[in-house]
Design a protein around this ligand. Structure first.
Ligand SMILES: [Zn+2]
Ligand SMILES: [Zn+2]
Length: 131
């Protein structure tokens, strides 16, 4: 027996094979967008619930240096992840919605090796703390 499951993210219809006369659940990947979801079905072969599990990949750019990065196999429930930029070493927080869209990147900490500051030396300050 099969049921039709509409993907909550891209609205395409997936045909899912289920066991006859039995309730249960199965994990499928959307044929269109590739997101993994758990489909729970009832004994009367109706889809009870669709829970998103894993996003195949999330592409994003570093807002500082523009370096392009990809997160693979992201669990939807996380919603965000801290990543260090491979380009400038900044600490970034990447967040996304449950479909892996609306990707937002925030800078938590800028990288230390910024080339524009190479004239300055942190050990060279003139402050004197004692009186
Ligand atoms: Zn889909
Ligand atoms: Zn960067």
């Amino acid at each position: 027996m099969s049921v039709e499951v509409e993907c909550p993210c891209c609205n395409s219809t997936n045909i899912v094979e289920i066991e006859d006369y039995q309730d249960g659940s199965t994990v499928i990947e959307c044929e269109n967008c590739g997101i993994s979801m758990e489909v729970t079905y009832s004994i009367s072969a109706e889809v009870d619930d669709v829970t998103l599990i894993e996003i195949p990949s999330i592409d994003f750019y570093c807002p500082i240096c523009g370096y392009s990065m990809t997160l693979d196999s992201v669990e939807t429930k996380n919603g965000s992840e801290e990543v260090s930029c491979d380009g400038c070493d900044a600490l970034l927080e990447v967040s996304w919605d449950e479909c892996g869209q609306d990707v937002n990147v925030e800078v938590l900490e800028e990288g230390e090796d910024e080339e524009e500051n190479d004239e300055e030396d942190e050990d060279d300050y003139d402050d004197e703390d004692y009186l």
